[in-house]
Design a protein around this ligand. Structure first.
Ligand code: C2E
Ligand code: CA
Ligand code: CA
Ligand code: CA
Length: 280
């Protein structure tokens, strides 16, 4: 039994070692990727439920790796967070999506489209963040009110004064703030009241069970009434079926995104979607 225990421990150590090595490899490849412009951004349309029009897009980063092909963010964002490269990754994504938004805005004067960008805790805590954001907005020459930054509940609710000050500075620039994956982590309703966030994104896990799981339906409906009572907007994510979209519309959700409307796509593929309804 002792021998077996040792064998298991060795196997465990090997696995830890392999995982650590993999992270080191990702880190050094990512450094090269930043220099060689291997990161690119896809956009997923956000659809106004009452008429099916695209009112915004969410920017989602991808990595075109020279040997491993396209790597999704789930496979490298956490490494980037740990080693600090997220600051550069996040800056590139923000720059590229603001530049892209400016291009689309020129194509369709008189119509506003909102750009939503995910921001990591470490990225936003970087002292230079707000200054850079201001610069990026100025360089791209876009209306700050067309940009929305998405933060997860954890950052939003980590009640430090520093976070509160930061969020207020961002709001003062005119940029909007959304709480991502709402309902999955710890949210305190009293903190939500004081939070300078205008948008709640209802997590995919609750949308999955809409109509089939009474519990999920109840959660979605309470998030919607809470948001309404607090004067906040809602976006449902991960809508994969027509019946989910129909139900969200009936329940009073304004905007939704998900594979039912469109997967995240290259920028060029967004343009034709801007002039039609993605569902009715
Ligand atoms: P997220 O912000 O919650 O983004 C939604 C994820 O769900 C995206 O995965 C999207 O492609 C996927 N999705 C959209 N609609 C559906 C649907 O109907 N069904 C299902 N099953 N999935 C759907 P993706 O692109 O792999 O991104 C994963 C996560 O990586 C994001 O989750 C976000 O937390 C993070 N991420 C992506 N881009 C960035 C970035 O530029 N910066 C930072 N810090 N994080 C990012
Ligand atoms: Ca997001
Ligand atoms: Ca989300
Ligand atoms: Ca998520």
């Amino acid at each position: 039994a002792k021998g077996r225990g040792r064998a298991r421990l060795e196997q465990f150590n090997d696995e830890l070692h392999a995982r650590a090595q993999k992270r080191v490899q990702i880190e050094s490849d990512l450094r090269a990727a930043l220099r060689a412009s291997q990161l690119f951004v896809e956009y997923q349309p956000q659809v106004r439920l009452k008429d099916g029009r695209v009112v915004g897009v969410e920017a989602l980063v991808r990595w075109r790796h020279p040997r491993h092909g396209i790597i999704p963010p789930g496979d490298f964002i956490s490494v980037a967070e740990d080693c600090g490269l997220i600051i550069k990754v996040g800056r590139q994504v923000l720059q590229e999506s603001c530049r892209q938004l400016a291009e689309w805005t020129k194509l369709m004067p008189g119509r506003t489209l909102a750009m939503t960008v995910n921001v990591s805790p470490r990225q936003i805590m970087e002292p230079a963040f707000v200054g850079e954001l201001r610069q990026i907005l100025a360089d791209a020459n876009i209306d700050p009110a067309t940009l929305c930054l998405e933060l997860t509940e954890n950052v939003m609710m980590s009640a430090t004064e520093e976070v509160a000050r930061l969020l207020n500075e961002i709001r003062q620039l005119g940029v909007f703030i959304a709480i991502d994956d709402f309902g999955t982590e710890h949210s305190s309703l009293s903190r939500l009241r004081d939070m300078p966030a205008e948008v709640l994104k209802i997590d995919r896990s609750f949308i999955d069970g809409l109509s089939s799981e009474p519990g999920d339906t109840a959660i979605v409906s309470s998030i919607l009434s809470l948001a309404y009572a607090m004067g906040k907007h809602t976006i449902a994510e991960g809508v994969e079926k027509r019946e989910q979209a129909a139900m969200l519309l009936r329940m009073g959700c304004e905007v939704a995104q998900g594979y039912f409307f469109s997967r995240p796509v290259a920028a060029e593929q967004i343009v034709p979607m801007l002039s039609k309804a993605l569902w009715q």
